[in-house]
Each structure stands twice: as C-alpha cells, then as structure tokens.
Design a protein around this ligand. Structure first.
Ligand code: GDP
Length: 139
C-alpha cells in the first residue's frame, strides 16, 4: 500500500525569487495538507548528506553548493498516495520537459534550479521528513 507522506523543499533560488507563497498555494490547492513547515539554511555538510544518493553523479558538487546557497522552505505533505501525487504536481526534473500546469514548469529555471524537491519513494519520504523535522514539529 502507498504511503500518505511526501517531503518537499522549495529550493534556494525559488525562495529568494519570492516564489514560496505561490508554490505553497499550488501545493494546498493540489489537495496536500501541510503537516510540518520551516525555513532552514542547509550547511554544505547537511546538503551532502541529504543528496548522498547522488554522490557519484557529475552534478553532485554543484547541487550541494546550490542547495546550501540560501534558505529552503521545507515541508512534510500529507495526501493519499502522496509521493506519486506530489511528483505529478511538480512535473519532470527538467522544467523544460515538465507538463503545463506543474510547479516546475511554472517556477523552475533549469534542471538544477527546478524550484522544488519531491521525495521519490515512501521510504525516502520518511527518511527526509525525519532529517528535517522532529515528531514535535509535525501536526
Ligand atoms: P528529482 O527527483 O526530479 O528531483 O531528480 P533527481 O533525483 O534525478 O535529481 C536530484 C536533483 O539534482 C534535481 O532535482 C536537480 O536539482 C539536480 N539535477 C538532476 N539532474 C541534473 C543534471 O543533469 N544537472 C544538474 N546540474 N543538476 C541536476
């Protein structure tokens, strides 16, 4: 059975461009309940740990530098079948390939600066949620 939790970050360039409110509006209008929400400026070490699965990929260091370049808005989202529902809402990794009406199509700038992160599995959603939020911060 699919889980009902996904984890997202609004990425630093989208936060600094003033897109946080618009993105959160799309998320809520997409039927997701915000279960936890906080701004956080990741250290390089935290970004390296979060993206450790990509450590061998050529863009890893650029990605770590970018994700630790300014604050993100992190959130835990709740909805039936949350991981796949949220990936549908945000669209393809590369905004140029993302479908019309998706968050990345609307707010993404490039494959790296693609506005938002979304968990890729139920297991990772739980790992990522607990990386950012304690039980006391989840409602
Ligand atoms: P996602 O699950 O759609 O976020 O995509 P991935 O898990 O494959 O990649 C994680 C993140 O790494 C993406 O959201 C992008 O920010 C970045 N990324 C992925 N592919 C590339 C790439 O080819 N070049 C660069 N610079 N960044 C990339």
């Amino acid at each position: 059975m699919s889980g009902n939790i996904s984890f997202t970050m609004i990425k630093p360039s989208a936060v600094s461009a003033g897109y946080s409110g618009g993105i959160l509006k799309m998320i809520e209008e997409g039927g997701f309940r915000i279960k936890a929400l906080r701004m956080h400026h990741l250290t390089e070490a935290q970004a390296m740990k979060f993206y450790a699965v990509h450590a061998e990929r050529p863009f890893y260091h650029d990605l770590v530098r970018f994700m630790s370049s300014g604050p993100v808005v992190a959130a835990i989202l709740e909805k039936a079948d949350a991981v796949s529902a949220f990936r549908a809402l945000i669209g393809s990794t590369n905004p140029a390939d993302a479908a019309e009406g998706t968050v990345r199509k609307h707010y993404g700038k490039s494959v790296q600066e693609n506005a938002v992160h979304g968990s890729d599995s139920d297991e990772n959603a739980l790992i990522e949620a607990s990386f950012f939020f304690s039980g006391f911060e989840q409602y």
